[in-house]
Ligand binder design. Structure first.
Ligand code: ATP
Length: 221
């Protein structure tokens, strides 16, 4: 892997991983010319009702879904943690490992970006990585940004970059908004379908659908 190419960091509960996630990663990889995308499944704090599948299952499903893609990597640093685990800490540990010069890009759907101001030490994220926002169906940034948190609006206004080239020129600090094919798929909807004995085929890889069936996941939701 070319060290100078930006690395995408894609966190989520992945409960389960689906084609919306995989397409987002593929779009970011191609549009931003990333060297790789690291899928980073979140841990399961004991006090939280969700995610519903155990960390090991969610990790296994991400492994199955990304196997065979040479630029998709699974990063396990969060998934086995049962304490509170913040993205800012994971990015800091990656930064410590990879050095100051390596461009890092935190990949987010637009729904997640609109809530960024609620994240722990969220403004520090920009000192550690770029933020690449992918438009998600039903949550376009456009008008929503005008109603967003005012500090988030200010950061957005200052950091918004016009083109992917900035991700290669600096190691952190810019925001980029990209379009992707709109796949109106959510893990919530998949869990609901499975719990109602409906098929989730064509919303996620067959190998993941098979894993859910074999391990009897999401029987209730
Ligand atoms: P849930 O329905 O359980 O909330 P989810 O489908 O939203 O789950 P997450 O694991 O919470 O999936 O999402 C991880 C990241 O993937 C977030 O940044 C989210 O915005 C993005 N994402 C999820 N689904 C899509 C999709 N269909 N298109 C684009 N981005 C998506």
């Amino acid at each position: 892997m070319d060290k100078s190419q930006p690395i995408g960091i894609f966190g989520g509960t992945f409960d389960p991983v689906h084609f919306g996630h995989l397409r987002l990663a593929q779009e970011a990889l191609e549009q931003c010319r990333l060297g790789s995308v690291r899928f980073m499944p979140a841990g399961t704090p004991p006090h939280r009702a969700v995610p519903l599948a155990e960390a090991q299952h969610r990790l296994n499903m991400v492994r199955l879904a990304t196997a065979g893609h040479s630029a998709f990597v699974v990063d396990e640093r969060e998934v086995h943690r049962t304490d509170k685990c913040y993205t800012v800490d994971s990015l800091q540990s990656l930064r410590d490992e990879l050095g100051e010069l390596q461009p890092l890009c935190l990949l987010l759907g637009s729904d997640a970006f609109l809530q960024l101001h609620a994240w722990h030490q969220w403004q520090r994220l920009f000192a550690l990585a770029h933020v690449v926002v992918m438009q998600r169906p039903g949550r376009p940034l456009g008008n929503a940004m005008q109603q967003a948190d005012t500090v988030l609006q200010a950061e957005y206004g200052t950091r918004l970059a016009p083109a992917c080239s900035v991700l290669h020129e600096a190691s952190c600090g810019h925001i980029l908004v990209l379009d992707m094919p709109q796949l109106d798929i959510s893990a919530t909807d998949i869990r609901k379908r499975v719990s109602q004995q409906k098929s989730a085929r064509y919303l996620l890889p067959d190998v993941v659908a098979q894993y859910i069936e074999t391990n009897k996941l999401y029987k209730t939701c």
